[in-house]
Design a binder for this molecule. Structure first.
Ligand SMILES: [Ca+2]
Ligand SMILES: [Ca+2]
Length: 265
């Protein structure tokens, strides 16, 4: 019986192997064709990150847009999003590189970190390092956002493997402002994680953000939300939808750098 099984197995292999080989060759051919098509059309590769969505085609179908190429020059390990320049549009800051690939691949070491300025419609434009001041060389990992100096503008902390931790202070921009809002939630969720904060500006625009926990590579940003606005359109009131489902409205007087809102206000 063993001999029979061996013969049967041998016959099975003789039947399977050619078709398997054909499938592999077919798969390889498809991959080569896909790679050739990518080169020829100069489109983004399969490693592209996609961000943003807009409903600007005739059928209202959202289109995902690739991040600028400079943001994809190396793997991104830490990323935060928010309005960092006070123009009312969400921006992105990311730190890059990886020294961990297998030896045959080598290091990904081409990135210096990148700020991407949002256009408010789902698109992002790369800001040169000479203008943003963001330079994070090395094996960058975590990126966290926090208001380090209490001026209402978000600042940043970046960590690097076998390197020093870097802190970046966000310098204010003339004619623009930033409001930092923190929540005091109920017992068990004192930071109000999961709450949605909406700021109503004098000019009629509304900005919204959610309080979240966990921000990337072994890190967490402060449980705060930042809202930018111009001098001509200060915040009038803040609407909060708490994790419990209840809502509160808070009037804003003046132009405070920061607010701490209570669930019972
Ligand atoms: Ca912005
Ligand atoms: Ca600050």
């Amino acid at each position: 019986m063993n001999t029979s099984r061996k013969k049967h197995s041998a016959r099975s292999r003789s039947r399977v192997q050619p078709s398997l080989r054909g499938a592999l060759l077919s798969a390889e051919a498809r991959l080569r064709a896909k790679a050739d098509a990518t080169k020829q059309s100069n489109l983004c590769s399969g490693m592209d990150c996609f961000a943003g969505a807009r409903n600007d085609d005739l059928n209202g179908v959202p289109h995902h847009l690739p991040l600028p190429r400079i943001a994809q020059i190396a793997p991104i390990q830490g990323l935060v999003a928010g309005d960092f320049d006070g123009d009312g549009n969400a921006d992105i800051i990311a730190v890059q590189n990886s020294y961990s690939p297998i030896p045959s691949v080598g290091r990904f070491d081409g990135g210096l970190g990148q700020m991407l300025r949002g256009d408010g419609r789902g698109g992002f434009v790369a800001v040169p390092a000479a203008k943003s001041g963001l330079v994070v060389p090395g094996d960058a990992k975590a990126l966290a956002m926090i208001d380090l100096d209490g001026d209402g503008w978000p600042d940043f902390i970046a960590t690097r493997n076998n390197g020093t931790t870097l802190a970046f202070r966000n310098s204010r921009i003339a004619g623009r402002n930033s409001l930092c809002i923190r929540l005091r939630g109920a017992a068990g969720n004192p930071s109000g994680v999961g709450a949605r904060i909406s700021v109503e500006l004098a000019g009629g625009l509304r900005q919204a953000a959610e309080v979240h926990a966990g921000s990337g590579y072994f890190s967490q940003s402060a449980a705060a939300c930042f809202f930018g606005y111009p001098d001509s359109s200060p915040p009038l009131r803040v609407h909060v939808r708490w994790p419990s489902g209840s809502t509160t409205v808070h009037e804003v007087t003046g132009r405070p750098a920061s607010l701490v809102l209570q669930a019972t206000a």
